[in-house]
Design a protein around this ligand. Structure first.
Ligand code: AHR
Length: 503
C-alpha cells in the first residue's frame, strides 16, 4: 500500500478561486447547439426550443460561465446572421466544420439560454474574416442601452435591456493554420490590440482575453505568447490557453501525466506574461483563461471532424468518455485549482454532445458522461481559497516523467462557511493509498460527506441504458480526528467535504 501525507493550513493560500474556472463552451458545431441545448421538437423543450433536460443537467453540473459561439466557427461568423426574425436569417456554409448553418439559434437565444441555465455568457468575436469594426458593432448591439443603430437594432429584436456581456475573447486559435483567417503573432497582436481598443471605447468594464497558443505543441508556442502580449499587453486582461488530452498509446500511467503537462503549460505562460510585464517594468499581471480543455482523442477520425454533403448539425466530435478519462479530468481540475492565483477562467470544451460532459439522443434522453462527475463535484464544492498544501507522497515514471507524483490533491477553504473540501487523485495503477491530511489549523471539523469515483474497468462508460455505470459512491474507508484519514483505491478520484463542528 502507498502512503501519502498532506498538510493543509488555513493561513497558506495560493489564491481565491475564481468561479469562472468552472466554465464550459457551446459552439455551433455538430449537435452542440442543434440537438444539444436547442431542439424545439424535443418533449422537454420549452417555448424557446431549449431542451429542459439539458438545462437541468447544466445547472447540476455547476457551470459558471459559457463561451460562445466558437471555436473555429467564430472565425467565419457574422453575428448579424443570428439576430432578428428567424424566418429572415440566412442559411450559410460553415467552413470551419463543413456544415450548413441555419442560424435559427444566435446571440439573443444564447443569452436567454444562459439566464435560464444560471450561467454567465462569454462571447468570442470574429477576428478571422472580420475585424475591429464588426467587434465594436457587436459590443454595441449587446451592451449599449439604446439610441444608436446597433443598440436600437437589439431593441427592435425584442431586447429592450442591454445584455451586459462582460467577458470577451478576441478571436479563436489565431495561430492555427486550420483557422479561417489565421495570422502571424504580429498580425494577430495588432488586430487584437485595435479590436480591444474600440470594444473598450464602446462599452465600459469589459474583460478581454487575447488568444494564446492552440496547444503547447504548436511550433510557435512561447514566441506567440510573447509577441502577442508584447503588442497588446496594455489592452487585454487575459491570455488564453487550449489543451486537449490524449491517450493514443493506451497507457493509463502516461495518460495521467497529461495533467503534469498542463501544469507546465500554465507555469510557462505565466512566466512569459510576466516577462512581457518585466520588460515594461509594469505591475500589471495578465491572467490565464484555459478557455478550451478536455480529453479528446477518440472522436478525431476524419469522419468525426467533417461529413460530406454540407449536413445540418451532423454528429461530430461525439467523444464517448470512459472511467480513465474522468480521472484525467479530475486531475486537470486539481491542477487548475492549484493555479488559482493566475488561472481565473477556464472552459471545459464543450458542454453537450461535442466532446461534452452531457450526451443526448435527438428526440431521446440526456445523460451524464463519466467526466460530468468530477467537474460537477469541483464546481459545486470548491469555494473560497485554494490552500498551498504540502504533499509527501511517492512518485512513478511514465513517458518523459521520471518522478510524477502519485497523489494529486487540492484543498479549498471557504472562509464564509468554514467548510474545507479536499480533492485527491490516486494515480497508482494497482496499489491503494493510505492518505492522511493534517487539518489541525482548522480546529473542530466534522466529515460532512466523502465520495469516491472508481471502476474496475478503465474503459467503462455511461450510456443511455446504463447512465450511472460510472458514478461517485459514498467513500467506504475514511475517518476524521483532527487528521483526515482515508484509503484511496488505485486509480480513483476522491472528494471529502468537512465543515466546522456544530454548523
Ligand atoms: O472544441 C473543438 C475545437 O477545438 C474548437 O472549435 C477549436 O477552437 C479547437 O481546435
Amino acid at each position: 500500500m502507498q502512503k501519502a501525507r498532506v498538510v493543509a493550513d488555513r493561513e497558506f493560500i495560493i489564491g481565491a478561486l475564481d468561479r469562472r474556472v468552472f466554465g464550459a463552451f457551446v459552439e455551433h458545431l455538430g449537435r452542440c447547439v442543434y440537438g444539444g441545448i436547442y431542439e424545439p421538437d424535443h418533449p422537454t423543450a420549452d417555448a424557446q426550443g431549449f431542451r429542459g433536460d439539458v438545462l437541468a443537467l447544466t445547472r447540476e453540473l455547476g457551470v459558471s460561465i459559457v463561451r460562445y459561439p466558437g471555436g473555429n466557427f467564430v472565425s467565419g461568423y457574422d453575428w448579424r446572421d443570428g439576430v432578428g426574425p428567424k424566418e429572415d436569417r440566412p442559411v450559410r456554409l460553415d467552413l470551419a466544420w463543413f456544415s450548413t448553418e441555419t442560424n435559427q439559434f444566435g446571440t439573443n437565444e444564447f443569452v436567454d439560454w444562459c439566464r435560464k441555465a444560471d450561467v454567465e455568457p462569454m462571447f468570442a468575436v470574429n477576428l478571422g474574416t472580420a475585424g475591429p469594426d464588426e467587434a465594436r458593432n457587436f459590443v454595441e448591439y449587446c451592451n449599449h442601452p439604446g439610441g444608436t443603430f446597433h443598440s436600437d437594432l437589439r431593441r427592435s429584436h425584442g431586447y429592450e435591456q442591454p445584455h451586459d456581456i462582460r467577458f470577451w475573447c478576441l478571436g479563436n486559435e489565431m495561430d492555427g493554420p486550420w483557422q479561417i483567417g489565421a495570422k502571424t503573432a504580429r498580425e494577430y497582436g495588432r488586430i487584437a490590440q485595435e479590436a480591444a481598443k474600440v470594444m473598450r471605447w464602446t462599452s465600459e468594464d469589459l474583460t478581454l482575453a487575447a488568444c494564446g497558443s492552440s496547444k503547447r505543441e504548436m511550433e510557435t508556442y512561447g514566441a506567440w505568447e510573447y509577441e502577442v502580449l508584447d503588442t497588446c499587453f496594455e489592452e487585454v486582461d487575459f491570455i488564453s490557453l487550449h489543451q486537449y488530452f490524449e491517450n493514443g498509446e493506451d497507457d493509463v500511467g502516461y495518460f495521467m501525466t497529461s495533467v503534469d503537462k498542463l501544469d507546465s503549460f500554465i507555469t510557462e505562460v505565466v512566466s512569459i506574461a510576466d516577462a512581457v510585464a518585466a520588460k515594461r517594468r509594469s505591475p500589471k499581471r495578465i491572467m490565464l483563461s484555459l478557455d478550451e480543455w478536455n480529453v479528446w482523442y477518440k472522436a478525431r477520425t476524419p469522419d468525426d471532424l467533417a461529413k460530406p454533403g454540407w449536413p445540418q448539425a451532423p454528429k461530430l466530435l461525439e467523444e464517448i468518455y470512459n472511467f480513465e478519462d474522468a480521472l484525467v479530468v479530475g486531475g486537470a481540475l486539481i491542477t487548475l485549482m492549484n493555479h488559482a492565483d493566475r488561472v481565473k477562467a477556464a472552459c471545459m470544451a464543450q458542454l453537450v454532445n461535442v466532446i461534452g460532459p452531457i450526451m443526448t439522443q435527438t428526440g431521446g434522453p440526456a445523460w451524464r458522461q463519466t467526466i460530468f462527475h468530477p467537474f460537477a463535484q469541483a464546481a459545486n464544492l470548491a469555494r473560497g481559497n485554494v490552500l498551498r498544501t504540502v504533499v509527501d507522497a511517492g512518485t512513478y515514471s511514465a513517458g518523459k516523467y521520471d518522478a510524477a507524483p502519485l497523489l494529486l490533491c487540492s484543498a479549498v477553504h471557504d472562509p464564509d462557511s468554514g467548510a474545507v473540501t479536499v480533492f485527491a487523485l490516486n494515480r497508482h495503477a494497482s496499489e491503494e493509498m493510505a492518505l492522511e491530511v493534517d487539518l489541525r489549523s482548522f480546529g473542530g471539523l466534522t466529515l460532512k460527506d466523502a465520495s469516491v469515483l472508481h471502476h474496475a474497468d478503465l474503459k467503462a462508460t455511461n450510456t443511455a441504458d446504463r447512465p450511472d455505470e460510472v458514478s461517485p459512491v459514498s467513500h467506504p474507508a475514511c475517518r476524521l480526528d483532527g487528521t483526515l484519514a482515508a484509503t484511496l483505491p488505485p486509480l480513483s478520484w476522491n472528494v471529502f467535504t468537512l465543515e466546522p463542528r456544530g454548523s
